[in-house]
Design a protein around this ligand. Sequence first.
Ligand SMILES: [Zn+2]
Length: 404
Amino acid sequence: MLTATLSTLLGQPEVSAFLRGIVGRGRYANAYLFHGPHGVGKCTAALAFARAALCERVPGAAAAAAGPSLFDAPPATERMLGDDACGECRGCKMSGTLQHPDLKFLFPLSGEERTLEGTIEETLEELRKDPLFVFQYEKAASIRISQTRELIAELGYRPHTASRRVVVVRDCDRMREDQFSALLKSVEEPGASTVWVLTTARLARVPATIRSRCQRVRFRPLPESVVRDTLQRLASVDEKSARMLAALASGSLARALAMRDADPDMRSQRDAALQMLAPALQRKPELLWRAIQQATGFGKAGRERLRMSLEFHQLWLRDALHLRYGAAPETLVNRDQAALLQELAGRLDAAEIRRRLLVLEEALRSIDGNVSPDLTLFSTLSRVAGDRLGEGAWPAHATARWDV
Ligand SMILES: [Zn+2]
């Protein structure tokens, strides 16, 4: 059962207020485009919005177009005019399990045409069971022609039971040009009873003709505290790991969950990463090299591990910078390292810590190029520990972003 409602959307108060305003007034645009980073709740919000729009107890939602019904209309006293799904009416019951005939939900798929039905059903089943379900698909996954063909044929008819139909298209940037133009036709139809809700994390890939015809709704990265609390509350992640995952996830709950799935024990991963740093700090290059060789075994698929190691080092240095700026030790991500971090923060000034953070930043940017993980780690960690290794001066503007 999908339990997310507009009133309980995580960490997106402006979006929630805006969408409830629309539902409360019962006046919908033809199309909305929800955009913002990956994994911050755009699709959850789109489905919650759809449920509210299809709830039979909010203004204008009762099947006005179909005429009054003798059997289904709730007595006037039960009617609560609200701005969110009630969760109890017939419409909510159907949309809560994604089985409302007037709710169409399209998402990217890969695989052969004949297996699509099965894949769709399996995915929906997962989604019903797990409120934190993370969509994962192959690079080439797309909204399939067969999905839109059926839908477009249906758009010619009136909605089944509600006064409107809601079509949610997840990651609409994975549609083809001709699908967009078919969609465009429907969006422009006067008096259309269909509300489109498109989501994308890649706004630039949505054709300008579509962007300009949609009302845009912008989603922001989730606050670190929201990611942390959600991990603890809904994903049973322990407090320490949740703190670390949230700090690493850049405001994306999906990213935090993916990292948890990759390795539930964040703590030992971090320890392994920091262990590599120790010989660098002691200025023992041969020990550093050996530690890296032991820890990595980074093959071709090791980029993600390399990235994560560097991000752990980043969090660690960021803690040192926070201490330098006077933060309390209990607010650190790496609280258990407070003594070591205090020592470092006492020894280095803020500019020097920022300079070292930039070394990590630089290394993280280089990962997508053809770098060798062990050499990258070696030179990066040596520099993080204070070796200059011939680098030039850092441009002043580049250091600004670490001011917190
Ligand atoms: Zn309802």
